[in-house]
Design a binder for this molecule. Structure first.
Ligand code: GCO
Length: 263
């Protein structure tokens, strides 16, 4: 394996690694040699099912049930992971939720839940994992941002605020931690075929047709399309990259789009 992309001997913690984009990125990291630690917040059954999938691919994988928004649980779980599995070399802050509600109709409770999960949860996780990385003088942190780190869209205001903030948090983490040889970067997925987008992806849904039209690649992303970028940002190949967000979006951010009747 090319040493620039070899994760052999590394421990990678992926939050929300039980399904979707988190699982696809974790599979990539595992196949590059990393030992996986995944977290889920709602169901040990989901964790166990995901572990079976990783292990079926010959990947060493461990699972822990905790909520990234609860600092006491995070502190305890990080200590348990580092005791049972080993120091965390790579942290992928992937866990997140979305609520599609017009801002004027959104309750403060719903707003708070999105911000706390998608932004504050990343702060809590990173604050407790980075301490070991600082002591060891090495680490990789990858924050999963979004198209909404750059663009607004009707009904996803809280999510956009969180993901926009996450882009800036990524830059600030890089600013504070690069001197410890810790690289903090982001991945900004475009529109991917996942459970989160399933409601807006059904055939004939106007948003489905819009995304196909708005994406130069002319398709929804496949979760596996993210694996290579995750490996790159977790590997020695990115040791001099700090505070960047790499958009894996089929070209959406590169263009103003094209008229529906234009080929
Ligand atoms: C939406 C989608 C997006 C995608 C992704 C885009 O409702 O607009 O869910 O938010 O999930 O975040 O990068």
């Amino acid at each position: 394996m090319n040493p620039l992309f070899d994760l052999t001997g590394k421990v990678a913690l992926i939050t929300g690694g039980t399904h979707g984009l988190g699982m696809a990125m974790a599979m990539g990291l595992g196949k590059a040699g990393a030992t996986l630690v995944i977290n889920g917040h709602s169901s040990q059954e989901k964790i166990d099912k995901a572990l079976q999938a990783y292990r079926a691919e010959g990947i060493t994988a461990h699972g822990y049930l905790f909520d990234v928004t609860q600092e006491a649980a995070v502190t305890d779980s990080v200590a348990q992971i580092e005791s049972e599995v080993g120091p965390i070399d790579i942290l992928v802050n992937n866990a997140g939720i979305i609520k599609r509600i017009p801002l004027v109709e959104m309750s403060v409770e719903d707003w708070d839940q999105v911000i706390r999960t998608d932004l504050t949860g990343v702060f809590i996780m990173s604050k407790h994992v980075v301490k070991g990385m600082m002591e060891r003088g090495a680490g990789k942190i990858i924050n999963i941002c979004s198209m909404m780190s750059e663009l607004g869209r009707n009904t996803v205001g809280a999510y956009a605020a969180a993901k926009g903030g996450l882009k800036m948090l990524t830059q600030n983490m890089a600013t504070e931690w690069a001197k410890y040889n810790i690289q903090v970067n982001g991945i900004g997925p475009g529109y991917f075929a996942t459970s989160q987008t399933a409601p807006i992806r059904v055939d004939g849904h106007p948003f489905n047709d819009f995304i196909i039209q708005r994406t130069p690649a002319g398709r929804w992303g496949d979760p596996e399309d993210l694996a290579g970028t995750a490996v790159f940002l977790a590997a020695p190949a990115s040791d001099f990259i700090n505070g960047q967000v790499i958009y894996v979006d089929g070209g959406i951010l590169a263009t103003i789009g094209r008229p529906a009747n234009e080929a």
